[in-house]
Design a protein around this ligand. Structure first.
Ligand SMILES: NC(=O)c1ccc[n+]([C@@H]2O[C@H](COP(=O)([O-])OP(=O)(O)OC[C@H]3O[C@@H](n4cnc5c(N)ncnc54)[C@H](OP(=O)(O)O)[C@@H]3O)[C@@H](O)[C@H]2O)c1
Length: 378
C-alpha cells in the first residue's frame, strides 16, 4: 500500500505547481498548473523534496513524445497489482510531470528514513517510473539520493545526476572497469561533447584510461581542458580511418546510437576481449512501436544477434541504463568536491516559469552544455 504523506507536509489542499502534459506530443503540450496533486510517498523510506533546481535531458523530450510509455505503463501496472494497491499518480497516468534531475531540500520523510533529515539539501535523478522534477515538489527513495556537493550551486548540482549515473553505470557495472583493472587501458567515447559523453570522458580519465574523444570541433577546447588530449572530429569525412590508424581500444562508449555507430562498424577498432557499450538501446522504441511481446521479441533478437557477432569476433556488446543510486551519487559528489568532475553548463539560465523554453533550447540544438533551470520564484 502507498504510504501517504501526512497532511501537514502538503501545501494548500495538497496541491502544488507543476509543468504537466495531458497528451504526448510537441512542446506545446506543456501546461503550467497550480493544482497538481502533491507527490505521494510510496514507501516509508521515501522523502518529499522541495525542488530548487533541475536540468534538461534528451529523455525529457523523448518522454514528452511518448517514448517508453508502453513499457513504463506495463511495469507500473504490474507493480501496483503486486503491491495490492497503488494510486493515480504512481500509475503515471496523465497529467504527467517530466524532468529527471533535481536539487532540493527534504521537507518530509517517511518513518523508516534513517540517512537524511528534514532540511537536508540533496540532489539526484528520478527513476523513469516516478513523476518528475518540473514541479514544486518531487518524491524519491532515500537510497536514490545523496547530499548535495558543498562547493557548487543548486543549479550546477542539478546538472550532474542523470549524466553521471549513466556514465558510471555504463563504465563500472556494464563494462566492468574500475580502479583495479582500468589503468593504462584505452577508451574511445562516441559523442564526447554531449552531456553523458563529457562526464564519461572524465570518469575514464580519472580511472587512468587513455581516452580518445569523438566529437565536433566546437567541443575540442572544452574537452581538452578536461584533460583529454586525443580528439577526433566526427564531422570530417575520414574520421573512421583516423581512428583506425590509432592503437585499438579496450572500451568503446557510445552515446549516439546505431544510426551513426553500429557495433559492426566500430568493433574492428576494439582489442580482442574489448567492450562496446551503448546507452542507446532499442527496447523502449520497439515496445512503443510493436507492442509488448513483439517489441521484446525484436529487442531480444537484436541482443542475441549482437552478442553472437561479438562472440564470433572476440569482443563484447552491452546496453547500459542508468539507475537512481545514492551510493554512486556519493562517489560523484566526492569527485565534484575534489574538482575531479566538471560539468559544462549552457550560458543561458532558465526559471521555473520558462521550462518549455529550456526544453526547446535543447530540442533545437542551440544549447552549448547542460541547460539548468533555477526555481527561484515558483
Ligand atoms: N540508457 C540510459 O540510461 C541513458 C541515460 C541518459 C541518456 N541516454 C541517451 O543517450 C543519448 C545522449 O544523451 P546526452 O544527455 O549526452 O545528450 P546531449 O547532451 O544532447 O548530447 C548529444 C551529443 O551528441 C553529439 N553528437 C551528435 N551526433 C554525433 C555523431 N554522429 N558523432 C559524435 N557525436 C555526435 C552532439 O555533439 P556535438 O555538439 O559535438 O555535435 C551532442 O552534444 C541520448 O540519446 C539519450 O536519450 C540514455
Amino acid at each position: 500500500m502507498a504510504y501517504r504523506i501526512p497532511s501537514t507536509a502538503t501545501s494548500a489542499a495538497g496541491r502544488m505547481k507543476a509543468w504537466v502534459i495531458y497528451y504526448y506530443g510537441d512542446n506545446k503540450q506543456f501546461t503550467l498548473s497550480d493544482s497538481v496533486q502533491m507527490p505521494i510517498l510510496n514507501s516509508p523510506k521515501d522523502v518529499l523534496i522541495e525542488v530548487s533546481a533541475s536540468s534538461v535531458n534528451p529523455i525529457d523530450i523523448r518522454r514528452r513524445e511518448g517514448y517508453g510509455a508502453k513499457l513504463i505503463g506495463t511495469y507500473q501496472s504490474a507493480k501496483n497489482v503486486l503491491q495490492m494497491g497503488g494510486n493515480e499518480l504512481e500509475k503515471l497516468d496523465f497529467p504527467i510531470i517530466l524532468g529527471r534531475d533535481f536539487c532540493g531540500t527534504i521537507i518530509r520523510k517517511g518513518p523508516k528514513v534513517t540517512k537524511f533529515n528534514v532540511g537536508d539539501k540533496v540532489f539526484g535523478a528520478l527513476n523513469v517510473t516516478r513523476h518528475g522534477s518540473f514541479a514544486q515538489y518531487c518524491a524519491a527513495g532515500e537510497d536514490e539520493i545523496c547530499l548535495k556537493p558543498t562547493n557548487i550551486s543548486d543549479g550546477e548540482a542539478a546538472a550532474y545526476p542523470l549524466v553521471s549515473l549513466t556514465s558510471w553505470y555504463a563504465i563500472r557495472k556494464f563494462s566492468g572497469y574500475n580502479e583495479e583493472n582500468a589503468f593504462g587501458r584505452r577508451a574511445l567515447v562516441l559523442g564526447a561533447g554531449g552531456g553523458v559523453g563529457h562526464v564519461a570522458t572524465q570518469l575514464l580519465n580519472n580511472l587512468g584510461m587513455e581516452t580518445t574523444a569523438l566529437c565536433s570541433e566546437r567541443s575540442f577546447d572544452y574537452i581538452r581542458q578536461l584533460g583529454v588530449v586525443d580528439t577526433v572530429d566526427y564531422k570530417q569525412k575520414d574520421w573512421l580511418s583516423e581512428l583506425s590508424r590509432k592503437p585499438k581500444y579496450d572500451l568503446i562508449f557510445d552515446t549516439v546510437g546505431p544510426r551513426s555507430y553500429s557495433f559492426e562498424l566500430m568493433s574492428p577498432l576494439l582489442n580482442k576481449g574489448g567492450t562496446f557499450v551503448t546507452i542507446v538501446s532499442p527496447i523502449f522504441r520497439n515496445v512503443d512501436q510493436y507492442g509488448l511481446i513483439p517489441g521484446f521479441a525484436r529487442t531480444t533478437y537484436t541482443a542475441v544477434k549482437q552478442t553472437y557477432y561479438g562472440l564470433s569476433n572476440g569482443v563484447n556488446y552491452r546496453w547500459a541504463v542508468y539507475r537512481a543510486d545514492g551510493h554512486v551519487l556519493n562517489e560523484v559528489k566526492n569527485l565534484i568536491e575534489q574538482n575531479k568532475l566538471k560539468i559544462n553548463i549552457d550560458q543561458q539560465k532558465f526559471s521555473f516559469q520558462q521550462i518549455p523554453g529550456a526544453i526547446a533550447r535543447v530540442e533545437n540544438g542551440s544549447a552549448n552544455g547542460k541547460i539548468v533551470i533555477e526555481y527561484l520564484n515558483k
